[in-house]
Write a protein of this length. Structure first.
Length: 256
């Protein structure tokens, strides 16, 4: 017995993209790089130390540094060098770099959220488009069934001489138009499914890919606050793209 292929709900599509989408993964990598740059900026405040050493062993005739004469034998020399550096103030350069790297980390986080939002919106849009196209396909099927029944009655009337040939051909033509509309609607469903399939970057068989239509109670929906300017302005200010742009602007000011 072959189990039916599991259908994809909208929540399942979003959770799959959250983990597997390449754009989102690149966003996480950008955040990690920004955090690493911030850590390097913090390390710039620490002192540095260098230790160098050398050991030399000469065989044969050597020059005695005291008598400046050649003497047979060997000579061993050990030399070490220790140096340190601690930058206390360089015109505030390290401080500015640290502030800039912190703002770059903040900008990277907001840019990641923007990538997530855009990806999830694209998924939701493609998902809803599939539902719309399925409904249009259902309407096209109903229209074709109506035209086929009308054609049967028209054909009977035409064969009995009740209507002219022109009326009969008009009914045939309408049926062909409805068949074409159904074909176009079916193709639209397949194309919209293919779009969602590509956005999800799935590696499974496309022929078995299908979605689960949500159950929506239209009576529970409310649009009382739809279009309020204050809500739109608050939404704009909270958008990750706006916050990322502000953080990038502040970061650029520290880099001047």
């Amino acid at each position: 017995m072959i189990n039916a292929q599991e259908k994809w709900s909208l929540n399942k599509c979003i959770e799959h993209a959250r983990v597997n989408n390449l754009d989102i993964q690149r966003g996480y990598n950008a955040v990690a790089n920004a955090d690493l740059s911030e850590w390097q900026s913090k390390l710039a405040f620490l002192p540095t130390a260098n230790i160098n050493g050398g050991y030399y062993w000469n065989f044969g005739l050597t020059i005695d540094p005291i008598s400046n004469t050649r003497q047979p034998g060997s000579r061993q020399t050990l030399s070490t060098t220790v140096s340190g550096n601690w930058t206390l103030l360089s015109g505030g350069r390290n401080i500015y770099q640290l502030q800039q790297s912190r703002l770059n980390s903040v900008a990277a986080l907001y840019q990641l959220e923007e990538v997530k939002n855009n990806t999830f919106l694209n998924i939701a849009s493609a998902y809803l488009q599939i539902i719309v196209n399925i409904q249009l396909e259902s309407v096209a099927k109903g229209q074709l069934n109506t035209s086929l029944k009308s054609l049967e009655r028209t054909q009977i009337l035409y064969e009995n001489g009740a209507i002219s040939r022109d009326n009969y051909l008009q009914s045939v033509a309408q049926t062909k138009v409805d068949e074409g509309n159904l074909t176009g609607a079916t193709n639209s469903v397949l194309l919209s499914k293919l779009l969602l399939f590509q956005i999800l970057q799935l590696e499974t068989d496309f022929e078995s890919f299908d979605i689960e239509a949500p159950v929506v109670d239209l009576n529970q929906l409310s649009l009382n606050d739809y279009g309020r300017d204050d809500l739109k302005n608050q939404a704009i200010q909270k958008q990750p793209s706006v916050r990322a742009a502000k953080a990038s602007l502040e970061s650029a000011q520290y880099g001047i």
